[in-house]
Ligand binder design. Structure first.
Ligand code: ZN
Ligand code: ZN
Length: 397
């Protein structure tokens, strides 16, 4: 059993008991599982079966959790490093307290190291270590490192979102402080090797039979101490850099969408690739047009006579002269017509449609001639009551 076993194996889960379980509860859980998976209870077992493996696992968990001292060590180990290797590699990636994120990969032979989990001190102080001879295992040479991913946002007009646009984006990213070149030390001074950890950035801590490595407390895992901090970055070695880039936003983006522009993030270090840029899109609404996926929408008013008799009407499009739409005789209110190819540009360059919905207008003011004509119309159509069926249906329920 190794330190790594302690971090990788959840003995409580194996026995199916909570972390707060009493010795009695652990014993009970173990007995039940042991009976279930014992080789004697599984005749014909060749020794390689699932139940045998399970039996071993259960026994191992019980060995540790039934021994008060070992259980304490186990609990402490897992509290110290979180549960599981992924857990502490992740925790190491987040910069804290102005120090450099610590790379636990070095301590455990690279196990669980995640790509981009964080800066390695060796990247930045590689040269220094080599000259001073205070090397440490791995990471002492300048390694290529991928640039940071950056978040940004942009507000587009409705038309820009539909057609695509080139926009200027001001990006702020963290990079090595330009004043001290990332050393964190005031001009004319150099950081010194931390005497506590002798530059390794790691400290040992003994827990019974096990020795754990954790970031050195004195140098916060940097391996170096700065006596006269750089006034600009206050010793952190990190600075902010701002730059403006031109970015092409593709046609057809929608409000609330987040798009990824590959390699438009922070530049890489030592020849590493640039990070990606994520842009949160906001789109201003249009006075006339709406969006429905790749289609544009519009509501077009028509007169009662146009709807009843049929007509050719002009419909505006987003860019260019209005198009003519023929609406047939007897068009009901709310019917939608499709004007092909006048919508949003798709990824392949083709376009969606314009969906034109007619809205039949009721005249608000009538002159004598129009009133007379409508009264004649009413008399001519007096035969049919449009509500007759409705009233009948309402009664029959
Ligand atoms: Zn600085
Ligand atoms: Zn130290």
């Amino acid at each position: 059993m190794s330190t790594k076993d302690y971090l990788e194996k959840d003995y409580y889960a194996v026995l199916g008991v909570p972390k707060s379980a009493t010795a009695e509860e652990i014993k009970k859980a173990y007995r039940k599982l042991a009976r279930q998976y014992h080789p004697d209870a599984n005749p014909g077992d060749s020794g390689n079966s699932e139940s045998t493996a399970k039996f071993k696992e259960v026994s191992e968990a019980y060995d540790v959790l039934s021994d008060t001292k070992r259980r304490k060590e186990y609990d402490e180990a897992r509290t110290l490093f979180g549960s599981g290797l992924g857990g502490y590699a992740g925790a190491g990636g987040a910069p804290r307290g102005g120090g450099f994120p610590f790379d636990f990969g070095d301590l455990f032979g690279g196990t669980g190291q995640q790509p981009g989990a964080g800066d390695r001190i060796g990247d930045i102080f590689g040269g220094l270590f080599n000259r001073g001879g205070a090397g440490r295992t791995g990471g002492t040479t300048a390694r290529a490192r991928r640039g940071q991913d950056i978040e940004s946002e942009v507000t587009l007009s409705f038309t820009e979102a539909v057609e695509g646009a080139t926009v200027s984006l001001r990006l702020t990213s963290s990079s090595a402080c330009t004043v001290c070149s990332g050393t964190g030390a005031k001009a004319g001074t150099t950081p010194r090797v931390c005497p506590t950890c002798e530059g390794t950035g790691a400290a040992s801590r003994n827990l019974g039979n096990f020795a754990f490595s954790e970031p050195c407390r004195d140098c916060k895992g940097r391996g170096l101490l700065v006596d006269d901090p750089c006034p600009v970055c206050e010793g952190s070695g990190r600075g902010k850099s701002t730059r403006t880039i031109q970015a092409r936003i593709p046609a057809g983006v929608g409000d609330g969408q987040r798009i990824k522009l590959k390699a438009k993030g922070a530049p890489g270090e030592n020849g590493g690739p640039a990070g990606d840029l994520y842009v949160q899109i906001h789109v201003k609404p249009h006075a006339v047009f709406g969006r429905s996926g790749e289609n544009l929408t519009i509501t077009v008013p028509v007169t009662f006579a146009e709807a009843a008799l049929g007509a050719e009407i002009k419909v505006p499009i987003l860019k260019g002269m209005p198009v003519t739409l023929r609406i047939p005789e007897g068009t009901p209110n709310g019917r939608t017509f499709r004007v092909r190819g006048r919508g949003v540009t798709r990824k392949d360059g083709t376009k969606g449609d314009l969906l034109a919905t007619v809205e039949v207008l009721v005249p608000q003011r009538l002159d004598d001639k129009a009133r007379g004509a409508l009264e004649d119309f009413r008399d001519a159509t007096a035969g049919g009551d449009p509500r007759a069926e409705l009233i009948q249906q309402a009664r029959s329920e």
